[in-house]
Design a binder for this molecule. Structure first.
Ligand SMILES: [Zn+2]
Length: 754
């Protein structure tokens, strides 16, 4: 390595590690530029931190007027990338977390304990570990810019000798002494409460000063009007800083005092418990709750020639003032800690010896369902009801098992590798995830039952309890198979009601760990299959020796297979249909022109450059089969034709074409016929092949030399089918072949015939 490179690395290291304090004037100077960052309390900071890790927000239905903002937030940077162990936030949880952060942005101090509640195995502790690690990283980045007060009291000869024999000393916060400080040095006293330096502008001058130095009207307006900035004008510095300020003002001018105030980066350090602390249930309770610093205290006593002026005394809570204090669970010693937090939140201030300490932290507690009731039983309420004063101070955020199947798939892929996707037929991996999630959804949905008008509409492809529908909605998707009527009545309040139901779900069923075990067992049994099909899923979960099946809702596999059948059939049909709009358009136009004529007449079509054609019964049959169905009796066809002739003359031509000046292709009659023709053509595209053995054999032999023996029309048809299945629906050749044969073998055309 060259010297320059080493020098560069060292320079990078030092610039990131050392954050030199800046003078108070420099702090003030920086406010107009970075005030937005520098004037954040812990709650706004949390908001900004969470948002800085959101890499993408997807709204699948932009412009949907009934949207309730249930969006897809990508939180991988927060919970997955660069972590020791990933946490998988599903769409429901991500929305909850983002909503919580947003609520911090627009409110004053919430004064609550934030409880993240979820069953064992839901990944709560991983969530908290990752969240706080990323918070620490954030504070070290430019976006985490925040300052705290550090005092530099000028060294005065003769003072402090009792504390240290070295003259010109500068004790560090922990009481150790750094020697060789130049004469005329100072004593550095950090504010143990991590006060924001802005608080040291005397309160009565603060508003004026901010108006003076901040030129941006919008920033000023926010500071003065918005609730989350209230503290900037309202709060006082901590007791230590206030008393230091007062004591100094007996000997120094305000200007001189301000020159002793420095601002240094407030950097969280989880290991040292600065800004962030996580307590495990087994951690010893802090016996010496009161923290002091004898060296510093001695110096202050000497400096002010009075031992009562400034008491450098604080509690362990000071370390996480304007930071995060978290309890890993609500067991053994953490119960006492939890009750202490409750006391602090309720009273806002607490006493440390004689001094008042005002603590403002983000308190996070993880717990299992029932823990709180347990505490209530142990405390005052014998019956386990929770004291209302405690209840009022609690905000619960649920961390249940994953309920969004996309997240469940992501877990399998991240655990077992990307290649597993290739082993499964399309939909089958998704369906594995849905089966797992079905064990976690136990309730029938009142909200869905009130919303869906005719529940029998979906019996061919959705379960009667609508678990399948619910899963789609939980993952933010509105299934295409909903009727127009139900799609239209899926209003915002219905969506809210459905999502609200998720709050009661995901607390039982397969845990994350169990889900991985089941996948592992499944995959080791079927990974040799090419491809893994819905049949394999059925075989696995219906196996009598498989204990997992007891946790699944009754008949869920049957209904899920129905939906699968419906989807595969649709995809095969879609891929089979060679859509020729021009051909259909020409057919409809000829039909409209021909029907007033007699069969056998030569008809000229004015819409097609007076092209001539012979009107025939065959032609009528083909068109009417598509428009009113193959089984329509003769009299119905005649009536249909007569009505069409009337409509064409009296409305289509008389009104739309002649009065409104529309083109024939823009009229209602034409468009309805066109749509119906297309629908039928698409619908019945497979019918000629259902019992065609040649077709079936050719599909099986596709890709082999035997395929060549079929006639070229059939070959072309099958080639297009495989190509479309691949391009439109991601089927590999193997999957496509399996899928088409599956459709034929199970007579799906017949199963879903309207
Ligand atoms: Zn302070």
């Amino acid at each position: 390595m060259t010297h320059t490179r080493i020098a560069k690395i060292v320079e990078n290291l030092t610039s990131t590690c050392i954050q030199k304090p800046i003078g108070f004037n420099d702090f003030i100077d920086e406010l107009p530029r970075s005030g937005e960052l520098m004037l954040r309390n812990i709650f706004q900071l949390f908001h900004d931190m969470v948002h800085s890790y959101i890499s993408e927000v997807v709204d699948e239905y932009p412009g949907d007027s009934e949207s309730i903002g249930f969006l897809k937030y990508n939180l991988d940077n927060l919970f997955i990338h660069d972590t020791q162990k990933p946490f998988f936030a599903d769409r429901l949880f991500s929305n909850r977390l983002v909503a919580l952060a947003k609520s911090f942005r627009t409110s004053a101090v919430p004064n609550k304990i934030f409880i993240f509640k979820g069953p064992a195995g839901s990944g709560k502790s991983t969530f908290l570990n990752n969240l706080l690690d990323k918070f620490e990283q954030y504070m070290h980045s430019d976006k985490g810019l925040l300052y705290e007060v550090v005092w530099r009291i000028p060294y005065e000869a003769g003072i402090g000798r009792g504390a240290s024999e070295t003259s010109g000393f500068m004790p560090y916060p922990d009481g150790s002494v750094a020697g060789n400080h130049p004469p005329g040095g100072f004593l550095e006293i950090p504010c143990p409460n991590h006060d924001n330096p802005v608080l040291l502008i005397p309160r009565k001058h603060r508003a004026d000063l901010l108006k003076e130095i901040i030129p941006q009207a919008d920033l000023l307006k926010r500071i003065f009007k918005h609730r989350q900035y209230q503290w900037v004008l309202k709060n006082d510095p901590c007791t230590i800083c206030s008393s230091l300020f007062d004591a100094l003002s007996e000997r120094f001018s305000i200007k001189e005092i301000l020159s002793m105030i420095f601002a240094r980066r407030y950097l969280f350090n989880r290991k040292q418990g600065i800004g962030l602390s996580i307590f495990n249930a087994g951690d010893d309770l802090d016996k010496t709750i009161v923290r002091t610093n004898d060296t510093l205290q001695k110096y202050l006593n000497d400096f002010f020639k009075d031992s009562n002026k400034v008491h450098y005394v604080f509690s362990s809570y000071a370390h996480t003032n304007q930071g995060v204090r978290a309890l890993m669970d609500l067991k053994s010693r953490n119960v006492q800690r939890f009750l202490d937090l409750h006391g602090i939140i309720s009273d806002e201030v607490h006493k440390v010896l004689d001094l008042e300490e005002r603590i403002q932290s983000l308190f996070i507690v993880l717990m299992n369902p029932g823990d709180l009731e347990q505490i209530a039983r142990g405390e005052e309420m014998a019956d386990g009801t929770i004291d209302t004063s405690l209840k009022d101070r609690i905000h619960e955020i649920l961390v249940p098992y994953v309920l969004d199947y996309h997240t469940e798939i992501k877990i399998s892929i991240l655990t077992f590798g990307d290649q597993i996707k290739l082993r499964f037929m399309p939909h089958v991996l998704e369906n594995f995830a849905k089966i797992i999630i079905s064990s976690r959804i136990k309730k029938e949905s009142k909200a869905i039952k009130e919303w869906v008008k005719n529940q029998r509409t979906y019996e061919k492809y959705c379960d009667p309890d609508f678990f399948i529908l619910k899963m789609e909605l939980y993952s933010g998707l509105i299934p295409e198979w909903l009727t127009k009527e139900d799609r239209d009545s899926l209003k915002a309040d219905v969506r809210r009601a459905i999502l609200a139901e998720s709050e009661g779900e995901g607390h039982e069923g397969f845990s994350g760990r169990e889900s991985l075990q089941i996948f592992n067992e499944f995959y080791s049994r079927y990974s040799k299959k090419r491809p893994i099909t819905m049949g394999h899923l059925n075989e696995f979960f219906r196996d009598e020796n498989n204990k997992s099946r007891d946790k699944l809702p009754r008949d869920f596999l049957k209904h899920l297979t129905n939906l699968y059948d419906f989807e595969v059939l649709k995809e095969v049909k879609d891929s089979m249909y060679a859509f020729n709009e021009e051909e259909i358009s020409k057919t409809i136009l000829n039909y409209l022109v021909a029907i007033p004529h007699n069969v056998g007449d030569v008809v000229k079509n004015p819409y097609l450059g007076n092209e001539e054609f012979v009107h025939s019964t065959d032609f009528l049959d083909i068109v009417e089969n598509h428009l009113i169905g193959y089984n329509a009796p003769f009299y119905q066809r005649v009536r249909y034709r007569e009505e069409a002739i009337t409509e064409y003359a009296s409305y289509t031509l008389a009104r739309e074409v002649h009065v409104e000046g529309r083109k024939i292709t823009e009229t209602k009659q034409y468009q309805e016929m066109f749509a119906q023709f297309t629908r039928t053509a698409r619908e019945s595209v497979l019918e000629p092949y259902v019992n065609n053995n040649n077709f079936r054999c050719a599909v099986k032999e596709f890709g082999t030399s035997d395929f060549e023996k079929y006639d070229s029309k059939l070959k072309e048809k099958i080639l297009v089918l495989f190509k479309n299945l691949n391009e439109k629906y991601s089927y590999s050749t193997d999957s496509a072949r399996t899928g088409i044969i599956y459709v034929l073998d199970n007579d799906l055309v017949h199963k879903f015939k309207p």
